[in-house]
Design a protein around this ligand. Structure first.
Ligand SMILES: *[C@@H]1O[C@H](CO)[C@@H](O)[C@H](O)[C@H]1NC(C)=O
Ligand SMILES: *[C@@H]1O[C@H](CO)[C@@H](O)[C@H](O)[C@H]1NC(C)=O
Ligand SMILES: *[C@@H]1O[C@H](CO)[C@@H](O)[C@H](O)[C@H]1NC(C)=O
Ligand SMILES: *[C@@H]1O[C@H](CO)[C@@H](O)[C@H](O)[C@H]1NC(C)=O
Length: 364
């Protein structure tokens, strides 16, 4: 591991200074890209699932949103903002663009500086979860982009989309789903599963490219075996390493995939932000980074607050800045803030082959 990475640099600063440093710039300068389109699962959802009557994965009730402006539960799986919000802020937006299903019912989406299609519970594979699949998310984007043609010339539309950011955060639910059916996969089986995921990913990315996407920002899968829920299932209370192995295998494979794609798809650029590296670093050196609790969720019930969901009747911690996890599966606002900073501005350890700032600033 590089010793001169930015987290180590932050460690050299007095903690008070670290806290005083604003990790997020003011959005006054305005957006640095024409639009931001977001795809993915609960790590990126900002309220699409609120509109799905039967969805299990929901976060539009207390104590979600406790630290959001006006303590409002929005459908974000966080006590405040999620990682996508922070990335959007670094790009000069106020926060994530609004959820697709909200704007779909309200206004002409053509005027918006982006849309968030992400849906908690979804994955890369259509068979994962029962919410809005990645295939459907991309289909929704297709409608929007075809509508854009009514407002601008094809050339103007293509130019606008080529400068916009396509931000994707998904994969964890596919791995959870696979693991629940295959507790002890051998090496061949793991390889086969990861190849299936990568091939589906390739299809999705090519589809987006064909619809005009050029700048892809991908957030990889964190060490999901260390979430409070898997920990609560482990008799030792440790991380479930089989889940982390699958996450690592997937993360490695998408690096190869993206490199391949960028060689074959003209004008395609990408950055893979490593939430795996960020979360691993917090688990390894919590105190240095301002955290004190990296195993137990702030909100929930049972062992590690990982057995019971963060329902309105669950208890929650008062020192939410000190917790890595907000609920049994999701990070806190504090974790997301650090992750957003690391992935946007960080060294190669946190974002490769370029960071998201470089992706945003790259000319087409
Ligand atoms: C696309 O345009 C049609 C016709 O103007 C409109 O009815 C529809 O709501 C638009 N859809 C989206 C997703 O913007
Ligand atoms: C892995 O497991 C599958 C299914 O049980 C089996 O067919 C295969 O031979 C195993 N491969 C190895 C290398 O053990
Ligand atoms: C990447 O490209 C090489 C050469 O074209 C190919 O052998 C390999 O299977 C590709 N890998 C992925 C993940 O697409
Ligand atoms: C909260 O209420 C649900 C039923 O609505 C119940 O199953 C659960 O055990 C309760 N949790 C706590 C922490 O009391």
């Amino acid at each position: 591991m590089a010793s001169s990475n930015f987290l180590s640099t932050l460690l050299l600063l007095p903690l008070s200074l670290y806290t005083a440093l604003s990790l997020v710039p003011a959005a006054e300068a305005g957006p640095k890209v024409p639009a931001l389109y977001v795809f993915g699962d609960s790590t990126a959802d900002v309220g699409n699932n609120n509109f799905l009557p039967g969805a299990q994965a929901k976060a539009n009730f207390p104590h979600y949103g406790l630290d959001f402006p006006l303590s409002r539960p929005t459908g974000r799986f966080s006590n405040g903002y999620n990682g996508i919000d922070f990335l959007a802020m670094h790009m000069g937006f106020r926060r994530s663009p609004p959820p697709f299903l909200y704007v779909a019912s309200k206004i002409s989406m053509n005027r918006l500086k982006g849309v968030n299609f992400a849906s908690g519970g979804s994955g890369i594979l259509d068979s994962t979860g029962s919410t809005i699949t990645m295939t459907e998310q991309i289909r929704h984007f297709r409608t929007i982009q075809s509508n854009l043609s009514m407002r601008m010339t094809i050339d103007a539309k293509n130019l606008m989309l080529s400068k916009s950011i396509f931000l994707i955060s998904t994969g964890g639910n596919d791995i959870f789903g696979y693991f629940s059916q295959n507790k002890f996969p051998n090496a061949t089986q793991k390889q086969l599963f990861i190849a299936t995921l990568v091939s589906a990913c390739q299809g999705h990315l090519e589809e987006m490219y064909n619809l005009g996407a050029r700048k892809f920002a991908i957030v990889d899968v964190p060490p999901i075996g260390c979430c409070p829920y898997p920990r609560s299932l482990n008799p030792t209370g440790g991380c479930i390493e089989a889940l982390n192995d699958l996450a690592l295998g997937f993360n490695k494979a998408i690096k190869v995939l993206l490199q391949n794609l960028s060689l074959n798809l003209r004008g395609m650029k990408y950055s893979i932000g490593s939430s795996y590296e960020v979360v691993s670093n917090i688990i390894k050196k919590p105190y240095a980074l301002g955290f004190k609790e990296v195993k137990t969720a702030c909100c929930g019930s049972g062992k590690f607050n990982g057995e019971g969901a963060c329902m309105p009747n669950a208890t929650y911690c008062s020192d939410r800045r000190g917790y890595l996890f907000w609920d049994m599966l999701h990070p806190t606002h504090a974790t997301s803030k650090l992750a957003g900073f690391a992935i946007y501005h960080g060294s190669l350890q946190f974002a490769a082959p370029i960071n998201i700032r470089q992706l945003v600033e790259a000319s087409n």
